[in-house]
Design a protein around this ligand. Structure first.
Ligand code: DC
Length: 222
């Protein structure tokens, strides 16, 4: 397997929401004994703090936002999302946080803080990182890069099944519309939009199981 000069491997797994990135990334990390880092969870943790403190995510350059970011500690270790030392893994999955995370991920000051943290993680250990800009921006020189896709319909079906499986109500049309809106917002923001790096391997997960996708990715990592 390829390694950087410190003996670490950095695997970038990017793609739109619902393409199965986190499940696959976790399995790949396990298989190669690297740490799994969910960068979306880091944006979500900041969003949760903004909501709790009542700070609007539309106000970059705002003193309150700068003060809040300076006083916020975000981490993702041992598979848990940590905000100021508290495990917020469950709290960051609400619809409210999802919406705010998408908005705050467009703010330069938020991205700057999290990208710096993510790069530091990659310097300290081997990582499998999932997100939107890992292969294009966080680690342009990652040892391995993958871009996972699936049609919006397939991703909406998966999300719908996930929500109803935990006993919650959902409307398929609404789930699909919200996925399409997030795709649009994530790929049209000015700063580090969702995009496939030229040298990333494209993996279409439509109709393919998690097991098969994981195997496919691992087959490149020799
Ligand atoms: O993958 P997710 O749904 O948990 O991500 C939450 C939000 O954060 C999503 O709107 C996209 C954004 N994000 C980003 O801009 N860059 C990343 N590397 C990861 C997530």
């Amino acid at each position: 397997m390829r390694q950087d000069s410190l003996g670490h491997v950095r695997v970038a797994i990017d793609g739109p929401s619902g393409a199965g990135k986190s499940t696959v990334a976790k399995r790949v990390a396990n298989a190669i004994s690297a740490d799994y880092i969910d960068t979306g969870a880091m944006y979500r943790a900041i969003a949760l703090k903004l909501i709790r403190e009542g700070v609007e995510p539309a106000s970059d350059g705002d003193d309150r936002l700068a003060a809040l970011l300076a006083a916020t500690v975000v981490d993702f270790s041992g598979g848990r999302a940590m905000l100021d030392g508290v495990d917020v893994t469950a709290d960051i999955r609400s619809a409210d946080v999802t919406l705010t995370a998408s908005r705050c991920s467009a703010l330069p000051s938020v991205r700057e803080k999290l990208v710096e943290l993510q790069r530091a993680m990659g310097r300290a250990k081997s990582v499998v990182m999932d997100g939107r800009d890992i292969g294009t921006n966080v680690f342009p020189d990652a040892e391995y890069k993958f871009f996972l896709t699936a049609s919006a319909e397939e991703r909406a079906k998966r999300r719908y099944a996930e929500i109803t499986a935990r006993g919650d109500k959902a409307d398929y049309g609404e789930v699909l519309r919200s996925i399409e809106k997030r795709d649009y917002d994530d790929s049209h923001r000015a700063l580090n939009p969702l995009a496939r790096a030229d040298d990333a391997v494209l993996v279409d997960t439509d109709g393919i199981g998690i097991e098969e996708v994981t195997e496919k990715i691992l087959s490149y990592m020799v």
